[in-house]
Design a protein around this ligand. Structure first.
Ligand SMILES: Nc1ncnc2c1ncn2[C@@H]1O[C@H](COP(=O)(O)OP(=O)(O)OP(=O)(O)O)[C@@H](O)[C@H]1O
Length: 243
């Protein structure tokens, strides 16, 4: 099932008297359950792409479809409803609310959806248990490690049962061991819940966990591969070397 479709997307930003083209006539389809890594040098357009899919920004040309719904036809209110219903976000800086406990942070998106308190609390507890934080529900962000804060942020993204979770460098502020644990957790959640993940990252160890690897360069997708194919390519090269 297609969750996201981008058709002929272009996005440019003004820079002095010039414009910088961040994305250039880009097409992309993401299906339910994919675990997609988005790579590319700094400035290649990764964040711009995530912002467009997350309905946080609009393209200059082309159309973004979420569940077949063209975003350009929606009012701001309808867009934020669609965002809250179908899309979860995980940020590099965690973006937790400091005065709220872990439980309250995770409950927050449900209160925006007007889910009754009791149900919201039960769902938030379940999401925190899913990320291994059942014993930390009453802690505030400053009483948690970086890895634990990112787990709270993951629980907050999951709690609304989104179809897709967008993550911009989710492991950028974590040490490598914690980053690996967080990636393993995202992989497990992807398999268990079927949620599609799309995350921008510079970390190479993530590649072995991906079901699809996209690479952006100068606003274009220059690579779109499944790891099995990658392995095949590596084997062929190896075969060539051995042969
Ligand atoms: N709000 C903006 N105003 C002006 N230029 C912008 C804006 N947002 C992005 N750009 C430019 O668009 C291009 C793509 O930026 P983007 O942030 O999408 O890249 P990125 O791949 O996410 O980079 P990084 O890995 O450094 O986060 C860059 O040249 C950037 O300078």
């Amino acid at each position: 099932m297609t969750v996201v479709k981008l058709q002929g997307i272009s996005r440019a930003f003004p820079l002095g008297n010039n414009t910088v083209t961040a994305l250039d006539k880009l097409d992309l389809t993401l299906d339910k359950g994919e675990f997609v890594v988005l790579r590319g040098a700094s400035g290649s357009g990764k964040s711009t792409l995530l912002n467009l899919i997350g309905a946080m920004d609009a393209p200059d040309e082309g159309e973004v479809f979420i569940h077949g719904q063209a975003l350009s036809l929606l009012s701001d209110k309808a867009k934020s409803q669609l965002r809250s219903r179908y899309i979860g976000f995980i940020f590099q800086a965690f973006n937790l609310i400091p005065v709220l406990t872990a439980l309250e942070n995770v409950q927050y998106p449900l209160s925006l959806q007007k889910v009754p308190d009791r149900e919201a609390k039960a769902r938030a507890e379940k999401a925190l248990a899913q990320v291994g934080l059942a014993d930390f529900v009453d802690r505030r962000p400053n009483q948690l490690s970086g890895g634990q804060m990112q787990r709270v942020a993951i629980a907050r993204a999951l709690v609304t049962n989104p179809d897709i979770i967008l993550a911009d460098e989710p492991t950028a502020n974590l040490d490598s061991e914690t980053s690996k644990q967080i990636m393993d957790l995202l992989g497990t959640l992807n398999r268990e819940t079927g949620v599609t993940f799309l995350f921008a990252t510079h970390h190479d160890f993530v590649l072995s966990r991906a079901s699809r690897i996209l690479e952006l360069k100068d606003g274009h997708i220059v690579r779109d591969e499944q790891p099995q194919n990658l392995q095949l390519v590596e084997e062929v090269h190896l075969g060539e070397k051995l042969g």
